[in-house]
Design a protein around this ligand. Structure first.
Ligand SMILES: [Fe+2]
Length: 225
């Protein structure tokens, strides 16, 4: 099926999510690698940040694997199907690295010697893999929009927005809002109810901002100030 003559799916939020992944890997490796003795609280906050990062990445990849790739594998031509199979394989390459990094962050949170260097090495390795993977994926976004309708794209985004609990859905949103450009911020907030927007502004964003400043020495984005 080709939807090129109809309204096209807006794939721009994919870039916002991807940028947030790379931002986090940079922030975490910079903070863990600082030549200081991190407090126990800072170490636990960083390990918690990692767990949230991993959850967001897994939600995103599972949504791609189960909602997006099957549509493309059914509709694209053979050359593009081969590209999609490569994207799938790149996801699988990340899995052992995620497991190893979680174990290294557990050691870091517990204050075990050598853990900071190990965490930083793994985060750098993941960043290298993810940079290549995301670049590859982004080069295929126009092809994806050719084959996936706006409604189908929405069905791919929805499980990520809903996440696996209200708390994890809220985290995903706050995490994206940290440094989302104004149009993306507007779009993300427009999907929430007026009550949710009010709660975010009055309560959740200030709380998230405090946690952010307690986690990283170098603050960033909209919520860092
Ligand atoms: Fe993606």
């Amino acid at each position: 099926m080709n939807h090129a003559s109809q309204a096209r799916a807006d794939t721009s939020m994919m870039m916002v999510v991807h940028r947030a992944f790379l931002r986090d890997l940079g922030l975490m490796s910079e903070e863990v690698g600082r030549p200081v003795a991190h407090s126990g609280r800072r170490r636990r906050l960083l390990a918690s940040r990692w767990r949230h990062f991993r959850r967001c990445l897994e939600l995103h990849h599972v949504a791609e694997d189960t909602k997006l790739w099957p549509l493309l594998l059914a509709r694209a031509d053979e050359a593009d199907r081969e590209e999609v199979r490569e994207l799938e394989a790149e996801h699988a390459l990340l899995d052992p690295l995620l497991t190893a990094t979680s174990a290294a962050f557990d050691d870091f949170a517990a204050g075990r010697g050598g853990a900071p260097q190990h965490v930083v090495e793994l985060l750098h390795e993941m960043r290298d893999l993810l940079v290549r993977h995301l670049k590859h994926e982004e080069s295929l976004l126009p092809m994806m929009a050719d084959h996936v309708s706006p409604g189908e794209w929405e069905a791919f985004v929805e499980p990520q927005r809903r996440a696996d609990s209200p708390a994890s859905s809220r985290w995903f949103l706050l995490w994206l809002l940290e440094d989302a450009p104004a149009p993306a911020r507007h779009r993300l907030l427009s999907r929430r109810t007026p009550v949710e927007r009010l709660m975010l502004k009055r309560f959740w964003e200030p709380l998230h901002s405090r946690r952010l400043r307690a986690t990283f020495d170098r603050v960033h984005g909209n919520l860092g100030g």
